[in-house]
Design a protein around this ligand. Structure first.
Ligand code: DOR
Ligand code: ZN
Length: 352
């Protein structure tokens, strides 16, 4: 039997939603993670300070309670729930003025930019990358040291969307060399290559994009619970992602992009995009890094790199994992997780 301990795991890209869904999924992250970057794509999106602070409070409240009935409920009850969890809040990108940004900067970790209509609840996003129109906001963000988090996809052919977006990343990185730009949930070799080209570009990588390719989504029977944006790509793309993740390249960090949708919205005609991985992310990461003989690099990928990139100091948490099998529940509330009903190789042993 082998164990592995992680200190202060961080999920640098997470969808917690609101209301009953937040109450279901929040505690599943706060149990094992010290903090998470909380995405702002609610309906309506988070664009004002009051809303942001109220949402943060709802997240904190939800992360201290358990509302679902799964095996490790017992463990969580024994050990206390969500006491040490920090939600790092984000605003939904719009053109904001400097005064507004100056006033809100202490409350946020960054601003998330979505191209309009590219994914769930992104209709209010950016319609065209008109740098002149965006410059005052981006320059103010750069001056105030507010990172820009980007969903990097064009509305081109689905397999080429991320690669086509590299022009936009270049434009942003060149024009705002002091602005920290995070390429969120990268899925391609093209994006990995961009990391070396511009000092101010960083990236998050999900666990599902390290494990699957398009074949797993649509190569056989269609798998709605593996369908997400950006869609999983080719084997060579996954290889490129794996290399930088397993080496814990200092510019990459773990961001699950765990994106819960109710079962009926996934198993339907018109499947919503999003893979729900929050409760199994650390177990899968351990299994993957162990399989490649790289467990010693997981700490950097899942916490230390993010701490350096964002200059954050997370709440203390020590999570011990063990390589004994864990049967993934069929559901958490009304959400079906990735690998539902399957057995994975690593489990959570305890959290302190
Ligand atoms: O698959 C996705 N789901 N990709 C995103 O960018 C958004 C997310 C969601 O909010 O459901
Ligand atoms: Zn996301």
């Amino acid at each position: 039997m082998k164990t592995h301990t992680l200190l202060m795991p961080l999920d640098m890209h997470l969808h917690l939603r609101d209301g009953a869904m937040l109450e279901t999924v929040g505690p599943l992250t706060s149990y094992t993670f010290s903090g998470a970057v909380v995405m702002p794509n609610l309906v309506p999106p988070v664009t004002e300070k009051e809303e942001l602070l109220a949402y943060r409070q709802r997240v904190l409240t939800a992360c201290g309670q358990s509302r679902y009935d799964v095996e490790f409920d017992d463990l969580m009850e024994e050990e206390g729930l969500g006491g040490d969890f920090e939600p790092f809040m984000t605003l939904f990108y719009q053109n904001y003025d400097r005064e507004f940004l100056d006033d809100i900067k202490e409350e946020i970790i960054g601003i998330k930019l979505y191209p309009a209509g590219i994914t769930t609840n992104s209709e209010g996003g950016v319609k065209s990358f008109d740098l002149d129109a965006m410059r005052p906001t981006l320059q103010a963000m750069s001056d105030l040291e507010i990172p820009l988090l980007v969903h990097g996809e064009t509305n081109g052919f689905v397999m080429d969307r991320e690669a086509e977006f590299m022009n936009v990343y270049e434009l942003l990185a060149k024009n705002f060399p002091k602005l920290k730009i995070i390429m969120e949930h990268i899925t391609t070799k093209a994006a990995v290559e961009m990391l070396e080209r511009y000092e101010n570009l960083y990236a998050t990588i999900t666990i599902h994009h390290l494990l699957i390719t398009l074949d797993d989504v649509a190569g056989g029977m269609l798998q709605p619970h593996l369908f997400c944006k950006p869609i999983a790509k080719r084997p060579e793309d996954r290889e490129a992602l794996l290399k930088v993740a397993l080496d814990a390249h200092p510019k990459v960090m773990f961001g699950s992009d765990s994106a819960p949708h109710p079962q009926h919205a996934k198993e339907s005609c018109g499947c919503a995009a999003g893979v729900f991985t929050a409760p199994i992310a650390l177990q899968l990461l351990c299994e993957l890094f162990d399989r490649h003989g790289k467990l010693e690099n997981l700490q950097a990928f899942v916490s230390d790199n993010a701490q350096s990139i964002y200059a954050i100091c997370p709440e203390f948490k020590e999570v011990t994992l063990v390589n004994t099998p864990f049967k993934v529940p069929e559901k958490y509330g009304n959400v079906v997780p990735m690998y539902a009903g399957k057995t994975i190789g690593w489990s959570i042993e305890g959290v302190e």
